[in-house]
Ligand binder design. Structure first.
Ligand SMILES: [Ca+2]
Ligand SMILES: [Ca+2]
Length: 166
């Protein structure tokens, strides 16, 4: 969770503002993704702040608040279902040509939306490509995205959002 938080705290003040989290990412998505895909992704990303950061009313969040909001979300009986649904929809946004597979280039665009350095894309891509066929399937994407927030141990999923930072 610390690693996820750090992505968005770009001014290093240990606080993530809603605009850092939502607007900054969405602006980049609109720049790097096709119009249609950016729309899919931005619709999802809008909900992400409400889900992970304690609700639409909050304008900023520190790491403890984010962890707490996420713990609360983990207790939701529909947590798995909701998370997998979200990640699957996110996959559709990342899969630029809608062929059901995410290539290295498509994944690079996704990480670029979060300001991840291009050199960090390859290790993340390889970690997510569980069967090493050079593509990320929907299942590989959803599994890694889900495991990122659920496991504290050292799994390949920790590279889902780029390099592990904390
Ligand atoms: Ca594709
Ligand atoms: Ca694969």
């Amino acid at each position: 969770m610390r690693s996820f938080f750090i992505i968005f705290d770009r001014d290093l003040d240990c606080v993530v503002n809603k605009s850092d989290f939502v607007d900054w990412v969405e602006e980049r998505a609109k720049k790097y993704m096709s119009k249609e895909k950016a729309e899919v992704f931005c619709n999802l990303w809008d909900k992400e702040w409400d889900m992970f950061c304690g609700g639409a009313q909050k304008e900023k969040e520190n790491i403890n608040e984010m962890v707490k909001a996420h713990q609360k979300y983990l207790q939701d009986p529909h947590y798995h279902e909701k998370t997998e649904k979200w990640l699957s929809a996110c996959f559709d946004g990342v899969d630029a040509n809608s062929d059901g597979m995410v290539t290295m280039d498509e994944y690079a665009v996704f990480l670029e939306c979060f300001g991840v350095h291009p050199l960090s894309v390859c290790p993340s891509f390889e970690a997510l490509d569980a069967n090493h066929d050079g593509l990320i399937s929907r299942e590989e994407f959803v599994n890694a995205g889900r495991d990122f927030f659920q496991h504290t141990d050292d799994t390949p999923a920790k590279l889902f959002w780029g390099p592990f930072l904390a």
